[in-house]
Design a protein around this ligand. Sequence first.
Ligand code: ZN
Length: 119
Amino acid sequence: MSTFLNIIQEKCPKCHQGQVFTKKGNIFLFQLPKMHTNCSHCNYKFEKEPGYFFGSMFVSYALLVAEMVIFFLIAHQFIDSFLTIVGLIALLAIVWSTFNFRLSRMIWIYMLDGQKRQL
Ligand SMILES: [Zn+2]
């Protein structure tokens, strides 16, 4: 449960104190989220190598598909027009893009570096 909260609160995977993102981004102002290069608390380097976050695109894709399916199942109960639902889903994808960007990177960081096993 604490890992889930750390992902949602965008905390460092190593010390769980420092913030990963400096700016959350705002799609309406065309601002993308911005990450710290190192943790402000423990100096942990977030991007280990160039292209480290390439895999988070797949996480982002899976997140978006899940959100679209859930939204479709809910909206289908109230809205009859299929085109309206598709339009709303497209709008949802745009509005949630910065949230998905941050969440997918956080899931990716925690998948790879979250809890190191002590041998
Ligand atoms: Zn840290």
